[in-house]
Design a binder for this molecule. Sequence first.
Ligand SMILES: [Zn+2]
Length: 152
Amino acid sequence: MGQVLILNAGGEQVLGTVTLRHAIGMLYRQVARVHEAVPGASFGPYPLPRSVELVRYLYTRWVYEATGRPPYSREGVLRRDQRRCAYCGAEASTIDHVVPRSKGGKTSWTNCVAACWPCNNRKADKTPAQAGLRLRVEPRVPSLREIGVRLR
Ligand SMILES: [Zn+2]
């Protein structure tokens, strides 16, 4: 039985390797999906995995320590900003890219803020200045505690 690579959700972090049997068990329990398969090979109903990817992001102490920051998440931005619009303070349910994606803005902790729908709509593809909006908060990398992540 070969070894199968386990990748975190998103497929960018290698978490380790497990036996094929273990990997198939993860597919069966639907905690992982096939990331890369061995061409033309199968294992029962599954393509024979070379690597599998977790379905849900696993926060581990070592991943956090390796990167020094929690991985970006939409829900994390809403929690960091306490579900308040970064422009007007109203209840926020959307995420705004401060520098719009069309202008090269990244989906990251320091370029994304919680926003209410009207502000998000008004801002659209503009910078805050162009849209006549002012940020009430400085977007920043949150602590794990702030976004409610417990390390295991
Ligand atoms: Zn707003």
